[in-house]
Structures are given as structure tokens and as C-alpha cells.
Design a protein around this ligand. Structure first.
Ligand SMILES: Nc1ncnc2c1ncn2[C@@H]1O[C@H](COP(=O)(O)OP(=O)(O)OP(=O)(O)O)[C@@H](O)[C@H]1O
Ligand SMILES: [Mg+2]
Length: 315
């Protein structure tokens, strides 16, 4: 599925007053401190999420990341502009219903949205809502729990509220996976997890992408985005500040800094070394490739990470 944002702007104040249907304009201004420029959580955003890609979404607190991704399954609709799925406008109710089954949205701290009496029923909620036969629901619940490292027989009849925070996160994630979405949209999926659980979750997300799923992931970790994303979208004050490959987005450290972000440490260090005249040929560095290229340039590497263009100053 190809999701397209066409000049999308979104105002929460507008949404609230639209819902009330009463024209309380003076209240709307008061909520937003009388600064018309601050009304918009998203401003004129255009972009396409390509089928099969891994799109990372970065940006400072309040830049509009969560608002943006909630447009992706028709949970919220643009105040201006439109969002389409394979050309069909999500403002159409039938389109939104079908897209909601194909785009799985995992909220920030999704464990806060667990609600059922048992783990099993919580994970089964989505598939049952899709009116699937109960044996298919059962297959999906078991498979989804297994994917996140939980056993339905062991944990299915327990209350989700008796589980640890990490287990609750897994159950909430399984609830979305049980819908077998084509597009997986994740809002800071590893926030607040311990390092081991983080690594587990990120590996799982990477495996979904490897198997062909489209993934959109909001993250405050530039390291995680550099390692996983095909492209990174940087939002600033509701606008598209940058959109490109990690190498492209991290190339301009000063620009990133101006919107409160920093390139991953190895990338920043590589830029500094390069400016000092050290030969480093790659556009994007992580710890391992930086160490290997430095070792190679100093003539002590074993050539395992030889430079793609034959540079590196050996000999
Ligand atoms: N329910 C809401 N009502 C009114 N304004 C809101 C609401 N949710 C978000 N906003 C405002 O919209 C803007 C964008 O918020 P959003 O939550 O999308 O940012 P974010 O990038 O996800 O931030 P964070 O990194 O803190 O999660 C902010 O100015 C925020 O204060
Ligand atoms: Mg957010």
C-alpha cells in the first residue's frame, strides 16, 4: 500500500471546535495563547510512504510526529489537504475502515490501552472486530503472542494488568500484529524499555521489514533510525524539515542541531575526522564501520571493512 500525504495541515483546536459544532471561536484562540502560528500541529506536509520501505520519523518534542502517524490509518483527518491509500482518500468512511485493518498503529506506551480481562481477549479484539471466524482468531492470537515471545497457553488467561510493564508492551504489540497489517506504524515502540527488551523489539521490527512489511517508526534515537530506516523524515514545528536517506539527513549536523537533534555519535565523529583531513569514504558510519575504516587507514586493519570506492589511504 502506498500512503500519500498531500499538503496536510492539522489543527487540534480546529478539530475540537469541529466536534462541538458550535462556533466557539474565542475559546479556540484562548486555548492556543492567541498565537495563530501555534494553532497548527502539522503544516503543509507532503510525503509518500512507499510500499515496503522503512520510514523513520524524528523531531523534537511537540514537532507533530504522533499527530502525523495518526493520519496514517484515518484515526484523525487533515484539517486541510488529504491523505490517500493507493489513491483513495481516507476521509471516505469505507476507505478508512478498510485501511484501518491494513495499517496497524501501535501507540506510544500502548500498554496504557490494554483493556480486556485476559491477555487472550485483548489480543483477539482486533481480529474479532474484523469478523474473522473464531478458529482464525485463535490462530492469529497464538501466532502474534509467539512473535513477541509469549505463549498463549501460559499467559492467555491471565489479566494483562498483572503482567510486568515489558510484558504488557508485548501484549499490546501482539494485539496489532494479530490484525496481520501490511503497514506497521510504531510510535516510539522501545521508549522506556530496558536495553535487552529494546534490542529484542528492534530486531523483531527489523524482521517484519525484512519480510516485506512497510514500517513507519517514530523514534528519539538517531542511532536506531540510522540502523533501521531506509529514509528518515525530520519534523520541526509541524513542518517537513528534512526527508532523505540517513546519510543525507545526517550530513548536515548544524541544521540538525538547529532543530534540537544530533546525528549518531560515530557519524559526528567521522565528520570531524574528515574535516581534519582523515580519509573516510563512507556516507554513513556506525561504530563498527568507523572502527574498521580507521584501522584500515592506519594500516592495522585486516581489510574486513574495505572502503567501497577503494579509498582509505592504505599502503
Ligand atoms: N490532544 C491534543 N490537543 C491539543 N493539542 C495537542 C494534542 N496533542 C498534541 N497537541 C499539540 O500538537 C503539537 C504536536 O504534538 P505531537 O504529540 O504530535 O508531537 P510529538 O512530535 O509526537 O511529540 P513527542 O515527541 O513529545 O511525543 C504539539 O504542539 C502538541 O502540544
Ligand atoms: Mg509523540
Amino acid at each position: 500500500m502506498r500512503l500519500a500525504f498531500e499538503q496536510v495541515s492539522y489543527s487540534y483546536a480546529g478539530a475540537a471546535s469541529r466536534k462541538k459544532k458550535a462556533g466557539k471561536k474565542e475559546k479556540r484562540q484562548a486555548d492556543w495563547g492567541n498565537a495563530p502560528g501555534e494553532v497548527w500541529a502539522l503544516r503543509n506536509v507532503s510525503l509518500t510512504v512507499e510500499p515496503g520501505e522503512f520510514l523513520g520519523v524524528a523531531g523534537h518534542t511537540g514537532s507533530g510526529k504522533s499527530t502525523l502517524i495518526q493520519h496514517m490509518n484515518g484515526l484523525v483527518h487533515p484539517t486541510e489537504g488529504r491523505v490517500t491509500a493507493d489513491g483513495a482518500d481516507l476521509v471516505d468512511k469505507d476507505v478508512a475502515v478498510s485501511v484501518r485493518q491494513r495499517v496497524g498503529l501501535v501507540f506510544q506506551y500502548p500498554e496504557n490501552q490494554l483493556f480486556a480481562n485476559t491477555v487472550y481477549d485483548d489480543v483477539a479484539y482486533g481480529p474479532r472486530n474484523m469478523k474473522l471466524p473464531e478458529d482464525e482468531v485463535d490462530r492469529r492470537v497464538r501466532e502474534a503472542l509467539l512473535l513477541v515471545g509469549l505463549d498463549a497457553d501460559e499467559i492467555g488467561e491471565r489479566s494483562p494488568f498483572d503482567l510486568s510493564g515489558g510484558q504488557q508492551r508485548r501484549v499490546a504489540f501482539a494485539g496489532v500484529l494479530a490484525m496481520e497489517p501490511e503497514v506497521l506504524v510504531l510510535d516510539e515502540p522501545v521508549a522506556g524499555l530496558d536495553p535487552l527488551s529494546r534490542a529484542d523489539f528492534l530486531a523483531l521490527i527489523a524482521s517484519f521489514h525484512a519480510s516485506g512489511m512497510t514500517v513507519v517508526m517514530v523514534s528519539h534515537s538517531m542511532e536506531d533510525l540510522a540502523a533501521l530506516a531506509d529514509r528518515i523524515l525530520v519534523l520541526s514545528e509541524g513542518r517537513v524539515f528534512a526527508l532523505g536517506t540517513p546519510a543525507e539527513v545526517f550530513a548536515d549536523a548544524a541544521a540538525l542541531k538547529a532543530v534540537g537533534l544530533a546525528a549518531p555519535a560515530p557519524q559526528t565523529f567521522a565528520s570531524a575526522l574528515r574535516e581534519a583531513g582523515f580519509p573516510l569514504p563512507r556516507a554513513l558510519y556506525d561504530e563498527a564501520t568507523l572502527a574498521a575504516d580507521i584501522a584500515a587507514a592506519l594500516g592495522c586493519g585486516d581489510g574486513a571493512a574495505s572502503a567501497p570506492d577503494g579509498g582509505g589511504g592504505r599502503g
